[in-house]
Design a protein around this ligand. Structure first.
Ligand code: 5AD
Length: 358
């Protein structure tokens, strides 16, 4: 455990990060280890200035469609893991997915995120057809995929069919930590290769990690920050780890909403143009998670647009929120809550904004 920094030193590093958008690994580690309410509130103030300079007070929304809960993987933290025989599995049809988009469009969504477990039934042919159909029906919308690890050829085919973005959380930037969260068949190297391939193909790529996952330390979190600094993703999704009762991590403690918010602020300072969602996990742990996330520097919310009948079945962790402002039907409530803190939900694709030199 590194020593915690005096508050003045922490603030100095945050000021430097706001200007240079980079720090040494050890400096990130010091900042993470020194997390306290005073430093977090200082970082949040700086982060909000940085976000405002790129995105104003706009909140981008994405309609999240959980297209299926079958998964071939056995990640130790996830309720959809193959070994969880108790999970009720489902798979949406092409028609059901298109109906979700129809409804989402009517509500004001201009990005649809198709997320699901790694399911062999979602072949390239099936997914390409769905993506092309969405783009045909809604040419003004972006389609984001979040379907895990696939081959380079598959990523290429999906991109050619019209997918604009791909979310694949790296989960942890530390190889040894990755092995503590995943079964032997999954490798950190392959994960990184996938992210690289997606970016080379031309996707706007999102990576991300859980906060407070078992075996995580300030050193591994510092690596996560360094990875974002170097890889420059369009988006980075972070949320607290929340245990699921039917996984090996059932009895591990949940991560903290406060630390998640502090890390959101640091990520915002690393890249003022980064798309940063206030995630469902944050909203699950804290009823005011969306507000807290925004006030720490986030600028995206991804309400659930899945058919109501399947929402409970996409159970990544216990008590996953899917009502109120987490739900697409709750958009009016989300808008109200954002207005109350000075932010505005906008009808927009919400593409990443990069500095002119990039
Ligand atoms: N707690 C919090 N987040 C989780 N995820 C999976 N399981 C959990 C959990 N128990 C996250 C992972 C995955 C994303 C879809 O959900 O980071 O990439």
């Amino acid at each position: 455990m590194p020593d915690t920094l005096p508050l003045s030193r922490g603030m100095e590093l945050i000021d430097r990060l706001s200007v240079d958008h980079e720090l040494e690994l050890g400096e990130y580690e010091g900042l993470v280890a020194s997390f306290c309410p005073e430093l977090a509130s200082y970082a949040a103030g700086r982060a909000c200035e940085a976000r405002r300079s790129v995105y104003g007070d706009d909140v981008f929304i994405r309609g999240l469609i959980e297209i299926g809960s079958y998964c071939r993987n056995d990640c130790l933290y996830c309720g959809l893991r193959r070994s969880n025989r108790g999970a009720e599995r489902y798979r949406l049809s092409r028609e059901e997915i298109l109906a979700c988009c129809e409804e989402g469009y009517r509500l004001g969504f201009r990005t649809f995120v198709l997320q699901g477990g790694e399911d062999a039934a979602f072949t390239d042919e099936v997914v390409c057809d769905i993506v092309a159909s969405i783009k045909e029906a809604h040419p003004d919308c972006a389609v984001t995929l979040s379907l895990g690890e696939r081959s380079r050829e598959s990523y290429r085919a999906l991109f050619d069919a019209g997918a604009d973005r791909y979310l694949l959380r790296h989960e942890t930037a530390d190889r040894a930590h990755y092995a503590q969260l995943h079964p032997a068949g999954l490798s950190w190297e392959r994960r990184m290769a996938c992210l690289r391939e997606l970016s080379d193909i031309g996707y706007q790529v999102g990576c991300g990690f859980m906060v407070g996952s078992p075996h995580q330390t300030s050193a591994t979190l510092a690596r996560d920050l360094k990875l974002v600094e170097g890889f420059r993703p369009a988006m980075c999704g972070i949320g607290p780890f929340i245990p699921h009762h039917a996984t090996p991590f059932a009895h591990e403690p949940a991560g903290s909403a406060e630390l998640t918010c502090y890390l959101l602020s640091l990520l915002r300072l690393i890249d003022p143009g980064l798309l940063l969602p206030a995630t469902t996990a944050l909203g699950t742990l804290d009823a005011r998670g969306h507000e807290r996330g925004m006030l720490a520097g986030a600028n995206v919310v991804m309400p659930n647009l899945s058919p109501i009948t399947v929402r409970r079945k996409y159970e990544l962790y216990d008590n996953k929120a899917c009502a109120g402002s987490e739900a697409a039907e709750g958009l009016a409530e989300l808008s109200r809550r954002m207005e109350a803190i000075g932010y505005h939900v906008v009808v927009d694709r919400g593409d990443v904004r990069r500095r002119a030199t990039e």
